[in-house]
Write a protein that binds this ligand. Structure first.
Ligand code: TYM
Length: 403
């Protein structure tokens, strides 16, 4: 059995399972990401790369990069080399709308994409794979499209520039260029290959087996002729590492279709409230904070469910200190608290026992109530008309400068 196959059906010698559908670990500290890099054959994002980001953009790297939350990549140096020479690239990311609201984990790639779009000033395409969710979750087709539009509001509320962003629902937008690329990819990948990569079996619906090219096609610039005209433009995909199998397949096929292999930036997983052994999941309400949760729900969920790295009694905690590696409140602050100095103060204080679990939770609750409250305020102002504008296939003013 290949590593791909072992991973796909969860029986690799290492107990961590990371697929587009399942993320779980037996370790208290969660997924061993160094091991995962080796298994997937990607590269670690090192200090050298962070310096390159800073030099090329003139901006301090985003805190998700500085803190190693985006920890792995494929061919980002190639993208940066060509950007340095004045050659453009575009960003591609996506969401499988399985619920009417996204959760905090889903925000991670979008927050990061917003930063990348701002500092590199590049076009961004966002796929809403409602077809994927209709197949996997057996959703009514019209309901799946409806969820796409609802999720698009959450995505727009992240602040993407209208003039540089195209959001599309697979079920609603399937033009000739997209379909042609899907077919080119479908005929280049065998059933054995997708079985190996994704673990599909003989009794899976054929919709699942034929879906991966739909997620792959937007990584080829010729899928968007109204944006890129006749240019072949390199693509950079930010996502959590669960999506990597789709893009390993895409990277195999792209050169055969005269396109560059898409580059990737992988993030680690925003943990579930119950701890770092699993990722936050939309299908388990108590594992997640949704972008529609009220201030009260946020407070209750964190106080009730956030796994604590603290000791059993205050006396013991003061004496031995807490464990930030497993404490969900600290881990969440790492994703969302931008102030490095405050984060370090909390880490030191919690580790030494000076800061108690109740105190770290209180700080997290206040931060998230503010963040989610702001998001809701912006989202409530996003109109149906705004959504239509982002989802209209159109020229994004993309030009290739002659060097
Ligand atoms: P979906 O809807 O499961 O997730 C959307 C994006 O969020 C990332 N993600 C997370 N990131 C950090 N912590 C978490 N707990 C967490 N959970 C999810 C996912 O990696 C993803 O980037 N098939 C895809 C949709 C898709 C897509 C794409 C994603 C279509 N085209 C291109 C990335 C790039 C899906 O169902 O994602």
């Amino acid at each position: 059995m290949s590593v791909e196959e072992s991973l796909a059906n969860g029986s690799a010698e290492a107990e961590d399972v990371v697929t587009p559908w399942t993320v779980s670990s037996q370790n208290d500290t969660g997924i061993d990401y160094d091991k995962l890099i080796k298994k997937f054959g990607s590269c670690k994002i090192d200090d050298e790369m962070l310096k390159r980001f800073e030099k090329l953009t003139g901006k301090k790297p985003h805190h998700l990069l500085r803190r190693g939350i985006f920890f792995s990549h494929r061919d980002v140096n190639v993208i940066l080399d060509s950007y340095e020479k004045g050659k453009p690239f575009y960003l591609y990311t996506g969401r499988g709308p399985s619920s009417d609201s996204m959760h905090l984990g889903h925000l991670i790639p979008f927050m990061f994409c917003k930063w990348l779009q701002d500092v590199f000033d590049v076009p961004l395409v966002i796929q809403l794979s409602d077809d994927e969710k209709a197949i996997w979750k057996n959703l009514d087709i019209e309901q799946a499209v409806k969820l796409s539009y609802l999720n698009a509001k959450d995505i727009i509320a992240c602040g993407f520039k209208l003039e540089k962003t195209f959001i599309f629902s697979n079920l609603e937008y399937m033009n000739s260029a997209f379909y042609k690329n899907m077919i080119r990819i479908q005929r280049s990948v065998t059933f054995n290959q997708v079985k190996g990569i994704f673990g599909f079996g003989d009794s899976d619906p054929i919709g699942k087996i034929s879906f991966p090219p739909t997620q792959a096609a937007p990584a080829l610039s010729s899928t968007f002729p109204f944006i890129f005209k006749n240019n072949t433009v390199p693509c950079l995909i930010p996502c959590a590492i669960d999506q990597d199998p789709y893009f390993r397949m895409t990277r195999d096929v792209a050169p055969k279709l005269n396109h560059p292999k898409p580059a990737l930036l992988h993030s680690s997983f925003f943990p579930a409230l119950q701890g770092p052994k699993t990722k936050m999941s939309a299908s388990d309400n108590n594992s997640a904070i949704f972008l529609t949760d009220t201030a009260k729900q946020i407070k209750t969920k964190i106080n009730k469910y956030a796994f604590s790295g603290g000791q059993a009694t205050i006396e013991e905690h003061r004496e031995k200190g807490g464990n930030c590696d497993v404490d969900v409140s600290y881990q969440w602050l790492k994703f969302f608290l931008e102030d490095d100095d405050r984060l370090e103060e909390i880490r030191k204080g919690y580790t030494s026992g000076e800061i108690l679990t109740g105190e770290i939770k209180k700080e997290l609750i206040e931060l998230l109530q503010k963040l989610v409250g702001n998001h809701q305020e912006i989202r409530n102002k996003v109109t149906e008309e705004d959504v239509k504008r982002y989802m209209e296939p159109r020229d994004l003013g993309f030009v290739v400068k002659n060097s």
